[in-house]
Design a protein around this ligand. Structure first.
Ligand SMILES: [Mn+2]
Length: 336
């Protein structure tokens, strides 16, 4: 967190308000949106003129987050976004470790001339920002935002809406406080948020109890027809073709829970999800224990991520990608 070397830089940055942009990664999740909303509220209270831009749309269920409607979607508001990026003196990059993660927005960020500041917890951060708060031991970027505000002595500025933003990111990125990143120290931070009056039950409902009929039927289809089990290798994976997605009219986020449910099968330690998108096969990997899926993703599928949760992609066909997955599966055996 703050060290004698970087604390002066953060304090100087925050003492000099102006127009800024706060952004996050493509297809933002709960931690991505929670962190940009919470950090933006804080910056506004410090006197900054803040615009929030997401590189793409996000799952609908996140639209319970206070202030979500002020986030601009770069893909549908490209011109406005470019104007804001060009006028910004600082662009805060939250919850991503590589400028590639903003996809089409990358060029505009690079051309903007603004200074870049990163707050992130992903492994192997690329040094693209002038000021970086990168802590790969943090459970969520929202944890880092909360601690940063605490360490800057501004906890009194955190209101109930901000508490909801930060809790959402911490809760979703820890799988409701079950992943190994959940520490005693994190629970203490959450206790600080609850002491502000936060009601976790309502947030859990807003996040977890949001199935629609079509989504539940889609999941049923996936369990019945798209799941492959390899009990001997302690692996399971889903294969979703473009036709599967079309048949159920799926939207962003509908497939998110699938890969985790494969890991919920007794005895399974490695799970994957192969999804046929327009121009590529999108791949998600999850593991339990010592299996480094970030290494698996970067070695074989042009990806990366966290130790137990990572992603990658393939330009091959769905069938060829499945064959490649099976070919590389022995990699995980050494960690079982
Ligand atoms: Mn995150």
């Amino acid at each position: 967190m703050l060290t004698p070397e970087n604390s002066a830089a953060w304090k100087a940055l925050l003492a000099d308000p102006g127009p800024v942009v706060v952004t996050t990664h493509y297809k933002p999740d709960g931690d991505a949106l929670g962190s940009i909303l919470g950090w933006s509220s804080y910056l506004r209270k410090k006197g900054f003129q803040v615009s929030m831009i997401a590189p793409s749309d996000w799952p609908d269920f996140l639209n319970f987050l206070p202030g979500y409607d002020q986030i601009l979607n770069y893909e549908t508001a490209t011109r406005t976004a470019w104007k804001l990026l060009r006028e910004a003196k600082t662009i805060f990059c939250l919850d991503f470790n590589d400028l590639d993660r903003v996809h089409g927005m990358r060029e505009d960020i690079e051309k903007s001339g603004a200074q870049l500041v990163m707050i992130d917890h992903h492994l192997d951060p690329k040094p693209f920002a002038a000021l970086m708060l990168s802590d790969t031991s943090a459970a969520a970027t929202c944890e880092l935002v909360a601690r940063l505000i605490q360490e800057l002595g501004d906890w009194h500025l955190v209101d109930l809406d901000m508490a909801a933003h930060l809790y959402t990111g911490i809760m979703t990125d820890t799988g409701s406080f079950r992943f190994a990143s959940t520490t005693a120290r994190l629970h203490r931070l959450v206790a600080d948020l609850m002491e502000l009056g936060l009601q976790p039950t309502a947030l859990h409902e807003a996040i977890n109890d949001q199935y629609t009929e079509v989504k539940l039927r889609f999941l049923g289809h996936c369990y019945s027809h798209c799941l492959r089990l390899l009990p001997e290798q302690k692996a399971a994976y889903f294969i979703l073709s473009a036709a599967d997605l079309r048949a159920f009219n799926t939207t962003t986020g509908d497939t998110e829970t699938l890969v985790n449910t494969a890991l919920g099968i007794r005895g399974i330690r490695f799970a994957a999800l192969l999804t046929e998108r327009e121009d590529r096969i999108k791949m998600s990997f999850r593991s339990k224990g010592r299996i480094p899926v970030n290494e698996f993703a970067s070695q074989f599928f042009d990806g990366g991520g966290h130790f137990n949760a990572a992603g990658g992609h393939s330009k091959l066909s769905l069938t060829e990608t499945e064959a490649l997955l099976l070919q590389h599966l022995p990699f995980i055996q050494q960690f079982l």
